[in-house]
Ligand binder design. Sequence first.
Ligand code: NUP
Length: 211
Amino acid sequence: MTELILSLDVLDKTEACAIAKSCAPYIDAIKVGYPLVLATGLSIVRDLADLGLPLIADFKVADIPNTNRLICEAVFSAGFDAVIAHGFVGPDAARTCVEVAHSHGGAAYIVAEMSHPGATEFFHGGVAERIAELAVAVRADGIIAPATRPERIVRLREIIGKKTIYSPGVGAQGGDPDAVARLVDGIIVGRSIYAAEDPAAEAERLSRIRR
Ligand code: NUP
């Protein structure tokens, strides 16, 4: 069964908690990124922890190994269960994120290719494939691959085998959940859920169409 991951990119703590709570029965994890953490502080992790769902820190960590280590230590100490890191920084920096995640019993996912139109400028031409190979080499738990380009997911799957693929870009960015759900381990959905008139109803609908 493909997981449904709520991308909680709202800026108000009360609203974020209310949306997360109402969607909780239909989702498998919550992804929190800079918008929510910068607006509310890291304490939002404690507020969301009560729901009992895995919390993924989408900080796209992309620094030198030592700084990546400091960031990831802070992420897992705050109570996150997983972190998303960039792979273009190279194996030493990406491996640091994986090692810190695993030392905390958590997971690390490497961005292989992004979902927005401009991502093709640098990720295409073999780079995404090399990052996927790097994700395997550094023993990451999986990769992030674009729901906006299912054919690229198929290509990256050839490289990473059974490792997890989480895929953002469904809905607001144009990705079709029906086309993508059977290719990946989880779809990441933000605006289609949290900006819907009834977020819980939309989460419920998406939870039914995923395979
Ligand atoms: O390639 C990526 N594309 C993407 O949209 C990598 C990401 N981490 N994301 C994130 O997924 C993005 O920052 C946002 O938090 C979420 C998608 O949200 P939405 O387009 O469904 O609203």
